[in-house]
Design a binder for this molecule. Structure first.
Ligand SMILES: Cc1ncc(C[n+]2csc(CCOP(=O)(O)OP(=O)(O)O)c2C)c(N)n1
Ligand SMILES: [Mg+2]
Length: 595
C-alpha cells in the first residue's frame, strides 16, 4: 500500500474513523486514501482551526482521539489555536499535515532561503511548544513507526496533541503491507505505589478537622471519576470543583458545594479559605482558580496536590502551606480508595459548610437584569438545563457567557466542557460539531457570546450540510461583556474595542442565509422546551441588557473569598468563621496599640 493508504488504515484501526479535514495539494493523496477506505469517513470543515477544535472535542465527549488532515503552509498554521486548546487541557489529538515533496524543499539546493516549495512551512518547529510530539517523516520506512509512536505518546501519561508532517513523496511511496509497529510509550507517571498513596492521604487528613476536596479535570481524564465520586459521597466531606472538573460528577450530591475561583461560587470560595486540609485531585490550580494573589489561596490550610505531571507539583515548592505533592496517575486511586479512611470533620465544620452551601449555592443575584427587567443569563441557563436530556452534550465558548454557564449549570449526567486553558473565542461552535458527528443520537448544545460567535461563523455551513442536531445559543449582550467589565473596573469605563468599535451582523439574516432556523429571545418565557426538541440545527439568540455583569467576580489583587459585589462586613466576617480574615486583619492592625 502507499503511505497515504497506510495513514487511512492506521486511523481506522485506532478508532478515529471520521477525519476532520480541509483538503489541499499537499494532503490530497491522504484525503483520497481516506475517501477510498470503506471503513473511513471524513467531514469537510470551512477552516482548519475549526477542524482542530472539533477534533479536540472528541476525547472530552467520547474518549476518541480526534484526527485532522490538512495541507501544508496555511492549512497547517491554521490548526495552531485548536492544537493549543488540546495541549493546555491535556486532550489527545492527532494532526496530520501534508508537506511539499522532499525534492522541492528548503534543504534541497543547500541555500538558506525562506521557502522553496509552494506553501512550504516548517510546521513541526512551530507547534513543538504546544504538542507532546511533533515530527516530520523523512523516510518512508519510518512512517509506520512515527504514526504509532505519535499516537501512543498522545494517549500516555499527561495526554496531549501530536502532529505528524508527511511530505507528498512519502504519501505516494510503497510502504508494503499493513504492519502496525505497536509502539508503546514508556512514559512513567506513577512514582508512588497505591498503598503509599492511601497512607499519605490518611496522614494528611489525620490531624485536621476541616477537610475539603477539590475535584479537578484530571480525575475524569484519568478515568477515575465514578469511583472518586462514590468515595466522596460515602465520606460525606465537602468538595468543590474547577470548570473542567465539574463535568465528571452529579451536582445533586449533598456534599458538592460549587465551582471555585475568580468567577466561582462565593460559598465554594469561602470553603477553600476556611478549610484546614485541602486535597487537590488532578487540578493545576491556575490563576483563574487561585487568583492573581495565588499565595492567599487556601491560606489557612495544608494543601496536598495529586497530579500526573511532576512539573505541576514543582511549582508549589516555595509555598510553605503545600505538602510535597504526589506524582500519581489518578486512575490508580481506584485500587486504594478502600484504604483511605473517612476524614474526621468537626461538628462546627459540618454545620458551617452546610450553612454556607445553603446560603450561596444556586443563588444568583444579577443586578442589571433585576434593575431593567431583562433576561438574567443565569436564570436562562437554569431554564435551558431543564430542557436537556440527561446524556446531552454542552460545548461552551469563552467570555462572560462561559462564566454564567459554569456558575449556574447543575450537571446530572450531561457532558459540559470548554477549552479552559487556551480559551479562544470561537471554540464552542466547532467543538459542538465534533461532538454531534460522533453522537448523532444525542442532543448537542453550543453556548456562545455574540463576539465569539463571529470567529467560526463559517461552520454554520458544516452544520447545515450534515443537518446536525445542534442548538446554538448566543448570549447576546451586543459587545465583549467580560472585557467591558474589566474596563469598568480598571479603565474608567472606556469601552474601546469592546463596545466602541465592536459591531455585529444581523444574526437572523446570517443564520437564515445558511438556511438554519433562527429564534430571537427577548423574554425568559420565550425560552421553551420546543426550541430544544427539534432534530435539526437552530440558533437561539438570547438578548441581554448590554451591561449585564458577571456576578460574583473577583477583582485584581484580592483573594478569592472577597468577590465583587462586596458583602457587608457582618456577612463577610460570619462567612470567614475559621480562616484568616483579611478585612478584620486590616482593622486589627489599624487599632493595634503602638509598641
Ligand atoms: C481568539 C481570541 N481573541 C481574543 C480573546 C480575548 N477575549 C476573551 S473574551 C472576549 C470577549 C468575548 O465576547 P463575547 O463572545 O461576546 O462574550 P461575552 O463576554 O460578551 O459574554 C475577548 C475579546 C480570546 N479569548 N480569544
Ligand atoms: Mg458578548
Amino acid at each position: 500500500m502507499t503511505g497515504a493508504e497506510y495513514i487511512a488504515e492506521f486511523l481506522r484501526r485506532r478508532g478515529s474513523t471520521n477525519i476532520f479535514l480541509m483538503t489541499g495539494g499537499a494532503c490530497a493523496f491522504i484525503v483520497d486514501a481516506i475517501g477510498r477506505n470503506p471503513g473511513m469517513q471524513y467531514t469537510c470543515f470551512q477552516h482548519e482551526q475549526a477542524a482542530a477544535m472539533a477534533a479536540d472535542s472528541l476525547w472530552r465527549t467520547n474518549k476518541i482521539v480526534g484526527a485532522t488532515v490538512v495541507t501544508s503552509g496555511p492549512g497547517a498554521t491554521n490548526l495552531i489555536t485548536g492544537i493549543a486548546c488540546s495541549y493546555f487541557d491535556s486532550i489527545p489529538t492527532l494532526h496530520i499535515t501534508g508537506q511539499v515533496n522532499q525534492n522541492e524543499e528548503l534543504n534541497y539546493k543547500g541555500a538558506n532561503v525562506r521557502q522553496a516549495g509552494f506553501q512550504e512551512t516548517n510546521i513541526v518547529e512551530m507547534v513543538r511548544p504546544i504538542t507532546k510530539y511533533a515530527v516530520k517523516v523523512t523516510d518512508s520506512k519510518d512512517l509506520k513507526y512515527e504514526l504509532s509512536k505519535a499516537y501512543s505518546i498522545a494517549i500516555s501519561g499527561r495526554m496531549g496533541p501530536v502532529l505528524v508532517d508527511i511530505p507528498m513523496d512519502i504519501q505516494q511511496a510503497d510502504v508494503g503491507e499493513y504492519s502496525d509497529d505497536g509502539f508503546e510509550s514508556t512514559e512513567t507517571v506513577t512514582k508512588v505505589v497505591p498503598t503509599n498513596l492511601a497512607t499519605t492521604v490518611n496522614e494528611f487528613f489525620g490531624s485536621g478537622e476541616r477537610p475539603l476536596v477539590l475535584f479537578g479535570a484530571g480525575v475524569g481524564l484519568s478515568g477515575a471519576e465514578k469511583e472518586t465520586e462514590a468515595w466522596l459521597i460515602e465520606s460525606k466531606i465537602p468538595f468543590v470543583s474547577s470548570w473542567n472538573g465539574m463535568t465528571y460528577f452529579n451536582h445533586k450530591v449533598p456534599n458538592y458545594c460549587g465551582i471555585i475561583g475568580v468567577y466561582g461560587n462565593r460559598g465554594a470560595n469561602f470553603l477553600i479559605q476556611n478549610c484546614d486540609r485541602l486535597l487537590v485531585l488532578g487540578s493545576r490550580l491556575d490563576n483563574r482558580q487561585r487568583s492573581g494573589n495565588a499565595s492567599s489561596f487556601a491560606r489557612s490550610a495544608r494543601v496536598l496536590v495529586i497530579d500526573i505531571d511532576n512539573e505541576e507539583l514543582i511549582k508549589y515548592q516555595n509555598n510553605s502551606n503545600y505538602e510535597p505533592g504526589v506524582h500519581f496517575d489518578l486512575y490508580k486511586i481506584i485500587s486504594c480508595l478502600v484504604d483511605i479512611k473517612t476524614p474526621f470533620q468537626s461538628d462546627s465544620w459540618v454545620k458551617y459548610w452546610k450553612e454556607t452551601k445553603e446560603k450561596y449555592f444556586g443563588k444568583f443575584p444579577s443586578s442589571i437584569p433585576e434593575k431593567h427587567g431583562t433576561i438574567s443569563p443565569l436564570e436562562a441557563v437554569c431554564k435551558i438545563t431543564t430542557y436537556l436530556d440527561s446524556n446531552s452534550i454542552v460545548a461552551v465558548d469563552t467570555g462572560a457567557c462561559a462564566c454564567w454557564v459554569f456558575l449556574s449549570f447543575f450537571r446530572t449526567e450531561q457532558t459540559v466542557f470548554t477549552a479552559g486553558g487556551n480559551s479562544p473565542m470561537g471554540y464552542a461552535l466547532p467543538a459542538s460539531i465534533g461532538a454531534a458527528i460522533y453522537n448523532p443520537n444525542k442532543q448537542v448544545i453550543s453556548i456562545n457570546g455574540d463576539g465569539g460567535m463571529q470567529l467560526n461563523l463559517q461552520e454554520l455551513q458544516t452544520i447545515k450540510s450534515h443537518n446536525l442536531n445542534i442548538k446554538i445559543i448566543i448570549f447576546n449582550n451586543f459587545g465583549y461583556g467580560i472585557i467591558k467589565q474589566f474596563q469598568d473596573s480598571y479603565s474608567s469605563g472606556r469601552h474601546f474595542a469592546t463596545g466602541d468599535g465592536y459591531s455585529q451582523p444581523d444574526f437572523k439574516k446570517v443564520v437564515e442565509a445558511y438556511d438554519i432556523e433562527y429564534h430571537r429571545i427577548k423574554k425568559i418565557e420565550d425560552i421553551r422546551s420546543d426550541l430544544f426538541s427539534s432534530s435539526g440545527p437552530a440558533v437561539i439568540d438570547i438578548c441581554l441588557h448590554p451591561d449585564t455583569m458577571i456576578e460574583p467576580k473577583l477583582e485584581m489583587g484580592r483573594s478569592i473569598e472577597d468577590q465583587f459585589p462586596y458583602l457587608s462586613d457582618e456577612e463577610f466576617n460570619l462567612a470567614m468563621m475559621f480562616g484568616f480574615n483579611a478585612r478584620l486583619d486590616v482593622l486589627r492592625r489599624k487599632f493595634a496599640p503602638e509598641v
